[in-house]
Design a binder for this molecule. Structure first.
Ligand SMILES: *[C@@H]1O[C@H](CO)[C@@H](O)[C@H](O)[C@H]1NC(C)=O
Ligand SMILES: *[C@@H]1O[C@H](CO)[C@@H](O)[C@H](O)[C@H]1NC(C)=O
Ligand SMILES: *[C@@H]1O[C@H](CO)[C@@H](O)[C@H](O)[C@H]1NC(C)=O
Ligand SMILES: *[C@@H]1O[C@H](CO)[C@@H](O)[C@H](O)[C@H]1NC(C)=O
Ligand SMILES: *[C@@H]1O[C@H](CO)[C@@H](O)[C@H](O)[C@H]1NC(C)=O
Ligand SMILES: *[C@@H]1O[C@H](CO)[C@@H](O)[C@H](O)[C@H]1NC(C)=O
Ligand SMILES: *[C@@H]1O[C@H](CO)[C@@H](O)[C@H](O)[C@H]1NC(C)=O
Ligand SMILES: *[C@@H]1O[C@H](CO)[C@@H](O)[C@H](O)[C@H]1NC(C)=O
Ligand SMILES: *[C@@H]1O[C@H](CO)[C@@H](O)[C@H](O)[C@H]1NC(C)=O
Length: 684
């Protein structure tokens, strides 16, 4: 959350502050009632942001009887910020009112956006959820607050669904997870937080001006029940959230009609709400990705440039670097082992439990699976690689009085970031192989964010330390970063469908370095989330409910299964509409599941909608280092108006591939201002 990687658009000041609105000049042209005014808003905001959309949005709030597109004469924004527009005297005064109330422009937009968090609840007293400066909730909001819980103008709804529990009945978070994810998505600015001095800095969520609605479905002792998750979707949609953020998933990918997150998010999609979900923490095994439905966005976790390491210094002064801390090196299984004054060395990460049982002072655990992210333990402990473990064993064996010192964790700069974490679940999508999942990657390693003081710092029940900010890793943590950006896009484009927002996030993602990743696109999807570009994608790949239904028919779902998912008696698949392929879905990535040993040859039909500049010309560019041959027809798209749709066909061909193997390329539509990039991924 305080990652410096994302610093330009994630400053604590809010994305754009309305420094001053001053109406400079007017000249009487146009009609008698409206005059052209220049509205000057000061400095150009940092980052590539969509001045034009923001201008339209601001204008729409004051105009009476005409649209912003009819009113605006010019948008300024290359060197400074502002616009010229045709306004009546009354509209002009209303605009000036914005200056008088000193409202922050983006905060104003954001404050109309509500993120529904389906998680473990929230700690409402956290500074991250202060409602200072917030007005009342948007009028359309229909949510409510549990009786024994205090909502405010930041947390505008809080409910709990615990079908299997009769105690702890409250949306109050006692596990920490929900507080963490909520503050990443929409926490306010809190100065100088840290975890025992680590990761010190200002904490801030992605959209600090947005509202939160909390749906707690995970009970301390009863876990997260599917029936409760579905209830939370049902309520969140009816309450009027704009984005749903769910950092949960099944242990294994499952068919959509038996997957409550797929079912819930399908209904969300029908209501224009994008669901953002975590890809899972079962990587790097291929095929481990969950939350694979095309009507939700599935998020992988990547590192940030702040790495946290621990040093282990042994008696001969040799220093080992580890991801986190565990050592007097004894075989602790000996019955009369006395741990006091010792650090134990063991195979496997048991969370430091053996050290606790033997009353040791610390632990060194040999575990290769957890070396690229930090973990908290109830005592000084760390994981080391097998190679380091062997050196330590060797040292113990050769030394009469082996000693070791576990140093306090340190921060170092990681120039390789972002890299997808080992634990992040990988594609291919085992339910619909021709839909690339995960879709995108976002920060999810060693992220500091708000925490419940009633939860353990380290996940160990014996750990009684209580903190208000904690460091966590996981795709759970990556997910709310994307939820925030989705909410940001929604604040600027309130009418966009869930597919349009998904497309905007995917096509503006920054490509990642294939050579640093096991299974490439199957690890990161389109690449790393890019908040600065997401609101201004130029073109989007849109889709509606019928498109997804058609895809499901093409995938072989029959009407019985379809109805469970859609809840709609009229959704039926017949032989007529089951003749296409899954690839026909207008998805922003292009994936082909090719046959082993057969030449690659397939067409993808796609339609893009112009959401950038009315009159614009986009040219197709194919980026490939593989043997794939890609052609696009037509390869030039000339738009005359906004919201105009143009169809094209991408033909992908290549030599036969062996099993397993994969190749990729990308299609970029560019008008010189926007690069609309789609990964092309072929695997056997
Ligand atoms: C909250 O209120 C509900 C219903 O009034 C009650 O059953 C529950 O025990 C209360 N929870 C707490 C933590 O006080
Ligand atoms: C930040 O907090 C730490 C303690 O957590 C304190 O030592 C330090 O002085 C604070 N810095 C500022 C600038 O307030
Ligand atoms: C280890 O380092 C310490 C302090 O740096 C030094 O006093 C000591 O002699 C060193 N021991 C060995 C075995 O090199
Ligand atoms: C320790 O040394 C003995 C004898 O040199 C050897 O048999 C044993 O395998 C060694 N153990 C380890 C863990 O290296
Ligand atoms: C939270 O912690 C406080 C203070 O330790 C304690 O009084 C309270 O009972 C705890 N609440 C829960 C729900 O665990
Ligand atoms: C990708 O990573 C490899 C290996 O770390 C490195 O050699 C290469 O320069 C990187 N490529 C880019 C474009 O950064
Ligand atoms: C499939 O075709 C049937 C009959 O032709 C039609 O009623 C139904 O709506 C179609 N379903 C879809 C998903 O297009
Ligand atoms: C759909 O398939 C299921 C089994 O997979 C079957 O029980 C059901 O009758 C089928 N429905 C239709 C309409 O064919
Ligand atoms: C792809 O489309 C072209 C026409 O655009 C057609 O000639 C060709 O046969 C199609 N290829 C496949 C594999 O369907």
């Amino acid at each position: 959350m305080v990652s410096s990687l994302m610093s330009p658009p994630w400053l604590c000041l809010g994305l754009i502050s309305l420094i001053s609105i001053s109406v400079l000049v007017n000249s009487s042209i146009a009609n008698t009632e409206r005059q052209v005014y220049i509205v000057y808003m000061g400095e150009k905001p940092s980052g590539e942001i969509l001045i034009e959309s923001l201008n339209f949005n601001l204008l729409d709030q004051v105009l009476d009887g005409i649209t912003s597109r009819e009113s605006i004469v010019h948008s300024y924004g290359r060197s400074f910020s502002g616009f010229a527009a045709k306004l009546t005297e009354q509209e002009r005064r209303k605009l000036e009112g914005f200056q008088n109330t000193k409202e922050h422009w983006q905060q104003k937009l954001e404050s109309d956006v509500i993120i529904g968090m389906i998680d473990t609840g929230i700690w409402p007293e956290s500074k991250s959820f202060s409602d200072e400066g917030f007005g009342p909730p948007p009028k359309r909001w229909k949510g409510t607050c549990a009786k024994n819980f205090s909502c405010n103008n930041k947390i505008i709804g809080a409910k709990y669904y615990f079908s299997e529990a009769k105690d702890n009945l409250s949306p109050r978070d006692v596990l920490g997870h929900g507080t963490h994810t909520a503050s990443i998505a929409a926490g306010g600015c809190v100065a100088n937080v840290s975890l025992f001095g680590l990761a010190q800095g200002n904490a801030r969520g992605g959209v600090p001006g947005a509202r939160l609605a909390v749906y707690s479905v995970c009970h301390r002792y009863r876990g997260c029940q599917e029936v409760d998750i579905l209830k939370a979707f049902d309520e969140a949609i009816a309450d009027g959230v704009d984005i749903i953020s769910i950092s949960m998933g099944n242990d294994h990918p499952s068919e959509y009609f038996i997957d409550v997150i797929a079912i819930g998010s399908f209904h969300a999609m029908k209501n224009g709400i994008l669901t953002v979900a975590s890809a899972g923490n079962d990587g790097p095994t291929p095929g481990s990705v969950t939350n694979v439905a095309p009507w939700l966005i599935s998020v992988a976790a990547s590192s940030i440039d702040r790495r946290i390491i621990d040093k282990l210094v042994i008696g001969d002064n040799r220093t080992f670097e580890a991801s986190e801390l565990m050592l007097n090196l004894y075989d602790y299984t000996r019955t009369n082992f006395e741990g006091k004054g010792s650090i134990i060395l063991c195979y496997g990460d048991d969370g430091g439990n053996s050290a606790l049982v033997y009353k040791a002072e610390g632990a060194v655990m040999i575990d290769e699976s957890a070396l690229d992210f930090g973990k908290q333990y109830p005592l000084p402990a760390l994981d080391v690689s097998v190679a380091v473990g062997e050196e330590l064993l060797n040292y113990i064996n050769k030394t009469r009085n082996p000693v070791v010192n576990i140093h306090k964790s340190e921060e170092i700069f990681d120039e390789n970031a972002p890299v997808v974490a080992s634990f992040s679940s990988r594609g291919p999508n085992t339910i619909t192989p021709e839909i690339l999942k995960p879709d995108i990657s976002a920060p999810g390693v060693n992220i500091i964010a708000a925490w419940s003081p009633n939860a353990s710092v380290s996940d160990s029940p014996v750990d009684k330390r209580s903190v208000f900010y904690n460091i966590l890793s996981g795709t759970s943590i990556a997910c709310p970063h994307v939820s925030a950006v989705a909410a940001y896009v929604k604040s600027i484009h309130p009418s966009w469908s869930s597919a349009a927002i998904l497309s905007a996030l995917v096509t503006t993602a920054t490509p990642m370095n294939e050579s640093r990743h096991y299974v490439a696109e199957l690890a990161y999807g389109a690449g790393q989330l890019n908040p600065a570009r997401a609101a201004n994608p130029g073109l989007v790949y849109d889709a509606i409910e019928a498109d997804y239904v058609k895809m499901l028919c093409n995938q072989g779902y029959n009407s019985t299964k379809l109805k469970i998912l859609t809840g709609d008696k009229t959704s039926i698949c017949s032989s007529k509409n089951g003749t296409g392929t899954v690839r026909d879905l207008n998805y922003p990535s292009l994936t082909l599941h090719a046959g082993e040993g057969k030449s690659v040859n397939a067409n993808f039909s796609r339609t893009v909608t112009n959401v950038g500049i009315a009159e614009s010309v986009y040219k197709a560019e194919i980026r490939t280092t593989s043997k794939l041959e890609v052609t696009v027809n037509p390869s030039v798209l000339s738009f005359k108006s906004l919201n105009q749709k143009i169809e094209f066909i991408v033909t992908v061909s290549g030599p036969p591939m062996s099993s397993p193997s994969m190749v990729s390329a990308s299609l970029v539509w560019s008008d010189g201002k926007h690069d609309v990039r789609s990964p092309i991924f072929v695997f056997v």
